[in-house]
Design a protein around this ligand. Sequence first.
Ligand code: CA2
Length: 151
Amino acid sequence: MAQVRTVHVLNGPNLDLLGQREPEIYGHATLADVERDCRAEAESHGLELLFRQTNAEHEMIAWLHEARTGAAGIVINPAGFTYHAVPVLDALRMCECPIVEVHISNIHRREAAWRAHSIMTASVTGMITGLGVDGYRLAVRHLAVRIGRGE
Ligand code: CA2
């Protein structure tokens, strides 16, 4: 039987409020809209999708431990964890599958310089920042192509 290949899409703190706050920065789409787009993209490539959001660092770490053995690829928007959460970074480094870090806004163009300095970036395969919620779908597509190539 062919092995089921699953892409894990993991979202950090406050992203449950996507579409309800600061639409001028993050747009009007909700996280449910993002999940729908990611699922459609994954299914068009014959992949399963696990889509999650948490406000708790320990939960994100537990999900990364799950992804370490269970994921064919990871898309992560670490949100507020991006800047200081060393345990999340350590868990990310334990994952051997390709990882795409996604930020909805362009973290290099924000009002505060500190937003540009993700501690996660050095440990991921690549990053998409500033393409709005399209970044998620594009990240899933990229992973699907890599997985299809056996990478
Ligand atoms: O652009 C992104 O995706 C961010 O990762 C979002 C994070 C922010 O701390 C990063 O600098 C960039 C979280 C922003 C706060 O949460 C909100 C969620 C929905 C709407 C407004 C804010």
